[in-house]
Structures are given as structure tokens and as C-alpha cells.
Design a protein around this ligand. Structure first.
Ligand code: MF3
Ligand code: CO
Length: 299
């Protein structure tokens, strides 16, 4: 209760004072109505977003520009990826496209990550480290997870690619995982709840005989690489954080063909694998909650 009261007090600004968002407009003409509405949800006991993660239209425009670079990277990878290519070559493409467009690859040196993109093959769940020694083979599936900084704004997305002819089982895993993301996307609307996204992801994955990774999920993203909230998928409708216009975050469930259990390579501290060696798939979109629904920033 103290936390809620503190939050409500923080929201008290004179109606004629400049808005907290920095727009220069009077509070009453800017975020006041939104704050009042959020306040009502908070008093009912809902988890509400902190101000820092509610972006202004100008900030969303910055994230949109960053997202253009992010999308261009994955489009270029899509054109060139194939059997015989090393994952280092994917890193080279992402690094070059990002820098040519004036951006910085967000993963490079992020908490010590050594490369510019994550490349996760087959039973690698996420955070695969690109290497000259990993050569893509016919039948492999790979997630390429690209994160970009442009003018200080962050964007993040990942796609799956099939290398040559891939088994029906792997194709289906990739397809169902995409469907999970698309279903979650439909749940993004103002005054919905983050838990609605997990509920549809879990339902669809489970219905198809798959499991969803519990420990790693989506996140707020835009002014920082990883912002509040952390977004898990083992959730129920009406739970977790309230969705408010101006929030920007990722939808990125990791779906496993076998067990949901995972482990991290202890030698490099990054690469995550399925415990049973069965394949894992992931797609990632970044979205903005708008006044009327959702804007897809990256895909
Ligand atoms: N791109 C990942 C995500 O979606 C984060 C990877 S952290 C890194 O959150 F350092 F490995 F890049
Ligand atoms: Co992400």
C-alpha cells in the first residue's frame, strides 16, 4: 500500500505546471488525464507502469527510426543466409548494415557479450555467439536476434530462418512460434494487461504439444535496451502490468519442441540450450501501445 501511495503522490503536479514528460505543454493539456486513469487502476491494486517507460511521441519517433535500421539488418541477413555460411558472416552483415545507417549494434560489449548479434542454431534457445566455426548446414534452423541503438534509441527483433530443406517438425515449430507472437500481438491494446499476452502464447504452444521457456522473456525497450517490465509467458489474463499508451516492449517467446528446461553454457556464460537437445524457436517483435491499439515497430 505504501508503494501505491508513493506512486500517487509522485503523480501530483500542478495542472498549470509543465508536464513531467518534457513536452513543454501544461500538465493539464498533456499527461494529466492519462495519469488520473493510471492512478485509478493503481488504487484498485493493479501493477501500473512507472513514468520512465511511458514514451512521448517524439521518443517513439526516435525508436521508430532505430527500428528501421534494425529491420534493414534482418532483411539483409534474409537475402544472404544459406548453407555453408558461418554465423560470423551473419555478425559481419548486421554490424555493417547497422553502422552504414549510423547506428551501433546494442549486443556488442553489452554485459560482456562479444559480438554484434545473437545467432542461435537448433537446440540453442538464445544468446548464441556468432563464430567462424559454426557453419550453417542444410536442415538447420536459426534465430537471428538483432538489437540496435540509433541516436540513443533502442530497437530489438529476431526472426527464424530455415537453412535449405528443413524437417516438417522444425517447420511446424517455427510456424507455431510465429503464431504465438501474432496472437500476443492482438492482445496489445491500451488498458489491457501484459498477462493477456502470456495467456495466449501458453495456450497456443501447449495445444501444439510444445513448451515455453520460463526463465527468459520479453522486456520494455526503447530508451534502454532492457527496461521494465520483464515479460514472462507463464501468465494469466488480467494479470501483470497494465498496458498504457506510450509503452514500448518486445514480444519474444521461446518455444521448445521438448522440455521447457534449459541450461547455460558455463564456458562462455551466454549460450542457452534446451536440456533435452530438442530444437527451440523464437520470433521477436517490438511494439508500441497506442491510443487505439498497437503499432508494430520491428518484426
Ligand atoms: N536481444 C536479446 C533480447 O531480445 C538480448 C541479448 S543480450 C546480448 O533481449 F547481449 F546477448 F545481446
Ligand atoms: Co529482446
Amino acid at each position: 500500500m505504501d508503494i501505491i501511495r508513493k506512486k500517487v503522490n509522485e503523480m501530483k503536479i500542478g495542472r498549470n505546471d509543465p508536464c513531467w514528460c518534457g513536452s513543454g505543454r501544461k500538465y493539464k493539456q498533456c499527461h494529466e488525464a492519462l495519469d488520473r486513469k493510471i492512478e485509478r487502476y493503481a488504487l484498485e491494486g493493479c501493477i501500473v507502469p512507472p513514468r520512465e517507460i511511458i514514451k512521448t511521441p517524439e521518443q517513439i519517433e526516435g525508436i521508430r527510426q532505430s527500428a528501421k535500421v534494425n529491420i534493414a539488418c534482418l532483411d539483409e541477413v534474409a537475402k544472404k543466409i544459406g548453407p555453408g555460411m558461418s554465423t560470423q558472416e551473419i555478425d559481419d552483415i548486421v554490424d555493417k548494415v547497422t553502422r552504414d545507417m549510423g547506428g551501433i549494434p546494442a549486443p556488442l560489449n553489452y554485459e560482456g557479450f562479444p559480438k554484434s548479434v545473437c545467432t542461435s542454431v537448433n537446440d540453442q534457445v538464445c544468446h548464441g555467439i556468432p563464430s567462424e566455426d559454426v557453419i550453417l548446414q542444410e536442415g538447420d534452423i536459426i534465430n537471428v536476434d538483432c538489437s540496435t541503438i540509433l541516436n540513443g534509441y533502442y530497437s530489438d527483433s529476431s526472426r527464424m530462418f530455415c537453412i535449405g530443406e528443413v524437417s516438417e517438425e522444425k517447420k511446424k515449430l517455427i510456424q507455431v512460434t510465429k503464431e504465438c507472437c501474432d496472437l500476443a500481438l492482438k492482445e496489445v491494446k491500451p488498458w489491457g494487461f501484459m498477462g493477456d499476452l502470456g495467456a495466449v502464447v501458453m495456450e497456443h504452444a501447449t495445444k501444439n504439444g510444445y513448451t515455453v521457456v520460463r526463465e527468459i522473456g520479453g522486456h520494455g525497450c526503447g530508451l534502454e535496451f532492457h527496461e521494465e517490465p520483464w515479460i514472462g509467458y507463464h501468465t494469466n489474463r488480467g494479470e501483470e502490468m497494465l498496458l498504457v499508451p506510450g509503452m514500448t516492449f518486445t514480444i519474444e517467446p521461446m518455444v521448445n519442441a521438448g522440455t521447457q528446461k534449459i541450461y547455460t553454457d558455463q564456458e562462455n556464460g551466454w549460450e542457452v540450450y534446451t536440456l533435452d537437445g530438442e530444437p527451440s524457436a523464437q520470433w521477436e517483435y517490438q511494439v508500441a501501445v497506442t491510443e487505439s491499439g498497437v503499432e508494430i515497430l520491428t518484426y
